[in-house]
Design a protein around this ligand. Structure first.
Ligand code: DGP
Ligand code: NA
Ligand code: NA
Length: 209
């Protein structure tokens, strides 16, 4: 019998703004590649697409848009990349994703009068991550990090709501990690989880949200 190619894992990093996701996702890809494990990084929002460019104008406060319309744009931005995500995973590449549907739900539902269930709707059917690592950092630390306050959602009150909303996702493939650890120690801890996950899902089908 011929051996079928093993799939890559879909790994997501989540957290409040300036929690270190971007740094850690780059470091993880580098560490995996050093181990000869094929891996690539994806970031959401992907500001390089046509929809991403509207999102960028919104986040940089160049334009205003109704909350529900923005929510659907962020989701559409993920759907834009859905075929590519499936293709890469099937080709055996592990994807390290800097923010995903969880950001979509926690950020929008932190706004007034937008229902959590409504927020989940447009994410239904997207590839389901094999592992979500929530980088937890006290908001008091976040506001001290460089650049905080530049973009639309970067204020203490909003980030506190976002942080609380993330608590709603405590399931088996959603783990909380202390993001206040030393950068290289944190990478090592995350890497351990990622390598374990790659091995445990390699013969499983990629699920849907
Ligand atoms: P980042 O490039 O990771 O700093 O993300 C930009 C900002 O957009 C950040 O404040 C988080 C927020 N964000 C990310 N994804 C979504 C989403 O799907 N919906 C909403 N409303 N906000 C999001
Ligand atoms: Na940000
Ligand atoms: Na980022």
């Amino acid at each position: 019998m011929t051996k079928t190619a093993m799939r890559g894992a879909l790994i997501v990093l989540e957290g409040c703004d300036r929690s270190g996701k971007t740094t850690q996702s780059s470091k993880l890809v580098e560490a995996l590649n050093n181990l000869k494990i094929p891996a690539k990084k994806i970031s959401f929002p992907d500001r390089s697409t046509p929809i991403g460019s509207i999102i960028n104008d919104y986040l940089s406060k160049k334009i205003d848009l109704p909350d529900k319309s923005v929510h659907l744009l962020f989701s559409a931005n993920r759907w834009e990349l859905e075929p590519e995500i499936r293709k890469q995973i099937e080709a055996g590449v592990t994807l390290i994703v800097d923010r995903y549907s969880y950001s979509g739900v926690v950020f929008t539902s932190a706004k007034q009068s937008i229902d959590f269930e409504w927020c989940c709707g447009p994410e239904n059917g997207l590839p389901k991550p094999d592992l979500v690592m929530f980088l937890k950092l006290p908001i008091s630390d976040i506001i001290k990090r460089s650049g905080f306050g530049d973009e639309r959602y970067e204020n203490i009150e909003f980030q506190n709501k976002v942080d609380k909303n993330y608590e709603k996702f405590k399931t088996d493939n959603f783990i909380e990690v202390d993001a206040a650890q030393d950068i290289s120690v944190l990478t090592k801890n995350l890497l351990e989880q990622v390598v374990k996950t790659i091995d445990s899902v390699k013969n499983q089908k990629l699920d849907k949200l």
